[in-house]
Design a protein around this ligand. Structure first.
Ligand SMILES: Cc1ncc(COP(=O)(O)O)c(C=O)c1O
Length: 418
């Protein structure tokens, strides 16, 4: 079990008040709060170590470069990758766009196909639709069952001779559904297709082992795992990384750029490691803060975090079902969900519910959560209310949310809230 009371002491923001109540933060799928360890590490870097990386011979630059590369090692350890396979990005969205506009843009041809699903975040839909317009490739969608699970059985039927990539979320940011990505990679590889995984909602919440999953790409956000804003990660399997040439390029991405007078142009030799996809000066302080976040999570143990969140999800679903007049979306089995519960009070707009909860200091998300297609599929045309949990959330906080929801439902039964 997590020692949540001890953990909470590391998060200064959790002791603040919102609307006269102690803050209850249930918007962790959007971004998580930061522990003092991460905040102090960023501050310390600026106070003691700050310099640009990889370019300077002077001591400060060497120190900053070493800290940046140690951060790559910490992230690699967290997902069982080689540090040379870790690219730092500003978020998951940028990471997926790198897959689309470096690897896929150069590799795919008119008529090729990409397979994704209807439970994706917009960040794993829009780059592919844009690519389809630029390259004439076709994007196909794997469906979702009524219970909020992926239609796995449809994947072999959707694969064709022209399928060049499967890009899929590990966990839905609306339903919480955990997809069998290892199973998907197996089907894909049997057909010679690489797989890109959106791990924005899984990497912060459960153990990830890229060697075991055997995917080619895996993207996640540092700011959703206690790290600073503007940090994210893209894992690329080394064989694939070797053949990639950057699209966004410039300083840091090259081995050398030579002026060839007889040709009247410059010849570029790209760098070999992950830095070839990290053009320009990166978010050095953010990445160093992110490594502190990764160490913090590994110390707690991602398997313990996963267990804690499942308990919170179970508590929420049980409570909502007891209240009644509430529609819960996604699987009802907490064992196949990350710490996310999306719901609606029958007949009440999700923003209204969120506004009322906010009056009690409870921060939940309402609307489409950047995933409109899945809301069409589940019949939540106005969106949903989403409570999403992390290591510092408690059963008693959930009780407080349930009490407010119970009150709203009872007032509605009495005709007082419309
Ligand atoms: C599944 C999923 N993918 C991608 C993203 C985009 O993350 P970011 O905003 O950090 O780029 C999110 C954010 O909520 C997400 O939940």
């Amino acid at each position: 079990m997590l020692n949540v009371e001890e953990i909470r002491k590391d998060f200064p923001i959790l002791s603040r008040e919102v609307n006269g109540r102690k803050l209850i933060y249930f918007d962790n799928a959007a971004t998580t709060q930061k522990p003092v360890q991460v905040i102090n590490r960023v501050m310390e870097f600026y106070m003691k170590n700050h310099a640009n990386i990889h370019r300077g011979i002077h001591t400060l630059s060497q120190e900053a470069s070493q800290l940046y590369e140690e951060a790559r090692e910490a992230i690699a350890k967290m997902i069982n990758a080689n540090p040379k396979e870790i690219i730092f990005t500003k978020n998951t969205t940028e990471a997926i766009n790198i897959v689309a506009y470096t690897w896929a843009l150069r590799k795919l041809k008119r008529g090729d196909e990409i397979l994704t699903s209807l439970m994706e975040h917009h960040s794993n839909i829009t780059p592919w639709i844009t690519l389809s317009q630029l390259r004439g490739v076709k994007v196909k969608f794997i469906g979702v069952n009524v219970d909020g699970t992926l239609k796995m059985e449809d994947i072999p039927k959707l694969i064709s001779k022209r399928t060049r990539l499967i890009t899929i979320t590990h966990a839905s940011n609306v339903l919480g559904t955990i997809n069998d990505v290892k199973g998907i990679v197996k089907i894909a590889h049997e057909n010679g297709i690489p797989v890109s995984i959106d791990a924005a909602q899984s990497a912060p919440h459960m153990p990830i082992n890229v060697k075991d999953i055997n995917c080619e790409f895996l993207a996640f956000s540092g700011h959703k795992m206690l790290g600073p804003s503007g940090t994210g990660v893209l894992y690329i399997k080394s064989e694939i990384l070797k053949e990639i040439e950057p699209t966004i390029s410039g300083g840091g991405t090259i081995k050398n750029v030579k002026w060839i007078p007889e040709m009247g142009t410059c010849k570029i030799d790209w760098g070999e490691g992950p830095e070839k996809l990290e053009a320009g000066t990166p978010n050095i302080a953010g990445v160093i803060g992110l490594s502190e976040a990764a160490k913090y999570l590994m110390k707690i143990g991602l398997e313990n975090i996963e267990r804690h969140e499942k308990m919170l999800v179970e508590e929420t679903m049980k409570g909502l079902m007891d209240i009644g007049d509430v529609k819960i979306y996604g699987p009802m089995n907490p064992n196949i969900k990350v710490g996310i519960v999306a719901f609606n009070i029958n007949g009440l707009n999700p923003h209204q519910t969120a506004l009322i909860l906010d009056q009690y200091g409870i921060a939940v998300r309402s609307g489409f959560h950047c995933a409109e297609p899945i809301h069409q599929i589940i019949g939540a045309e106005d969106g949903s209310v989403r409570a999403s949990y992390y290591i510092y959330n408690t059963k008693s906080e959930i009780e407080e949310m349930l009490n407010v929801i119970r009150e709203i439902v009872e007032l509605r039964r009495g005709g007082e809230v419309r």
